[in-house]
Design a protein around this ligand. Sequence first.
Ligand code: GTR
Length: 338
Amino acid sequence: MASAPGHLPAITRRTAATGGLAAVALAACGGSGMRVLLSSDTHPAGYPTVEAVQEMGRLLSERTNGRLGVRVYAGGQLGAERDTLEITTFGGLDMNRVFMSPLNAIEPDTTIPSLPFLFQSKDHMRRALDGAPGRAILDTLEKHGLIGLCYYDSGERSFYNTRKPIYTPDDMKGMKIRTPNSDLSVATINATGANATPMDLGEVYQSLVQGVIDGAENNWPSFESGRHFEAAPYYSLTRHVMTPEVLLMSKARWDRLSSADRDIVMACARDSVPFMRKLWDERVEGARTRLLAAGVKENEVIDRAAFVRLMKPVYDQFVTTPFQKRLVADIEAMAASS
Ligand code: GTR
């Protein structure tokens, strides 16, 4: 895999095995004797996910009297999410903050929080992920060599494109829309009538500029930080999905921690969540305000229910096992107090 100019070379299983990780690993043994856990993030420094993992590391070093800490490699320096995930599963990286979608290929049960129109509100999403359904989904990752530490917010995703406002599913017809690399995301976008084009986030800006795709879908902060709005100024509020972010630890690393340290790591991750959510809410508001001022054209869709109706086959395809059906039912039942 090619690395972007000015970035560290992406780590592959091969380079990791042949010592390509040596420089990074060296950096992991801080001179002070602190054991530094290395973590990857596709987002740039200052993005709420990056800040949250740094906060988690601050708490960790405070609560272990400096024995353990975290260093975040931000901005996709270590590679795209699906590549760094593979490295994390075999222990080449200690921690990783990824979007939930790239996990779908590893564990089908992780598709559940990405089902379209599942969460009725931000509070509903937070309640379900903080509660038993969220924990049950994270626990499915252990058999794949990953420990799910916590979820972070990624907000509502809506469509943006280079051509026109989207009001109804008819407007989606013929549009080439980038999706994250996940069969569920592809099926969701295709069900709207558009043509899904899966690709890594880092390729979206160029693809919009060159007309390889007509649009994509994401939250306001990613729409801003990837500068996608420069090429695709029409942002249409479908709010079709609230896929979360997740913070993972390699099980290989986790197994080498004492049980007391595991409890501390888990508690620090949990305690970084309210910190992240506060930054996130501010960032969503800030990004939206800045982008509207920069000329982005936002619109409400006319018939959101029409989009919802089109998703029935997506549920039929992806919610198949008794476990998945129970998760969906439990999550839907938690919408009541939204
Ligand atoms: C963002 C998310 C990223 C990334 C991305 C995507 O909102 O924070 O981790 O995976 O979406 O669309 O690929």
